[in-house]
Design a protein around this ligand. Structure first.
Ligand SMILES: *Cc1c(COP(=O)(O)O)cnc(C)c1O
Length: 224
């Protein structure tokens, strides 16, 4: 099959599976948002998804997003762009200009820098706190034991609009316990949204309450 029609077909299949998983979990399709993860793919690869009417997309690097999305936004002004990868302090200004939602707030320094930049720019982005549910040294995210206090601090000290929690479970473990932990921490912290689930496990994540799933390769194919 030609590459582009395959992408559109994959998108339709993923949306169908999301709807089915939501209904099986006693929820509705509208409760779960699909973030189509476009990292490493270029405009030609992404167009079929935009042309199919999908507008919610995710990137993991500020520099890559900055090169790719401004031209696409001229064509599709209602694109909602999510940052799902680590954010460095020196990229905060560009990130606030480019993204609508940031999923990776994970330390006071970044929370403070985001607060200052959003005040300066006169905008409020939607934000998630990333939790390192597996306690992996190489992975970003706040420790689970510190997550609730950190959300409180983001709100009270920095005035941030934290709408939910995000996690990336360890690659080599069943994700269930990690999704359950994130849901429990969100309840304790008093946030409503859960960003969890990728190509291999988004249906499981929906079962555990995911409100957005971040799906790349199941739509666009294997990344180079
Ligand atoms: C790349 C990426 C995804 C999507 O991964 P797939 O397995 O291709 O669906 C989701 N979340 C984050 C944080 C990513 O970096």
């Amino acid at each position: 099959m030609e590459m582009h029609s395959r992408t559109a077909k994959n998108l339709a299949e993923v949306l169908q599976k999301i709807a089915t998983a939501a209904v099986s979990a006693g929820r509705t399709e509208a409760d779960v948002q699909l973030i189509a993860v476009t990292k490493t793919f270029d405009a030609t690869d992404i167009l079929p998804v935009l042309e199919a009417g999908h507008r919610v997309v995710g990137e993991n690097r500020v520099q890559e997003a900055k090169a790719k999305w401004p031209p696409l936004r001229e064509q599709f002004p209602d694109i909602e762009l999510h940052l799902i990868g680590p954010l460095q302090s020196n990229k905060v200004r560009e990130a606030v200009q480019l993204f609508n939602v940031i999923h990776t707030v994970d330390r006071p320094k970044i929370a403070e820098a985001l607060a200052a930049e959003m005040t300066r720019a006169g905008c409020q982005l939607r934000l998630y706190v990333q939790v390192n549910t597996g306690g992996e040294a190489q992975k970003a995210g706040i420790a689970p034991s510190e997550a609730v206090a950190f959300v409180d601090r983001c709100r009270s000290e920095f005035g941030l609009n934290i709408e939910g929690l995000m996690c990336i479970p360890p690659f080599d473990e069943a994700p269930d316990a990690h999704f359950a932990m994130l849901a429990r921490l969100a309840e304790e912290a008093g946030v409503q949204k859960l960003s969890m689930g990728m190509s291999g496990d988004y249906e499981t994540a929906i079962c555990f309450g995911a409100t957005c799933v971040r799906v790349g390769s199941a739509i666009f194919g294997i990344r180079a």
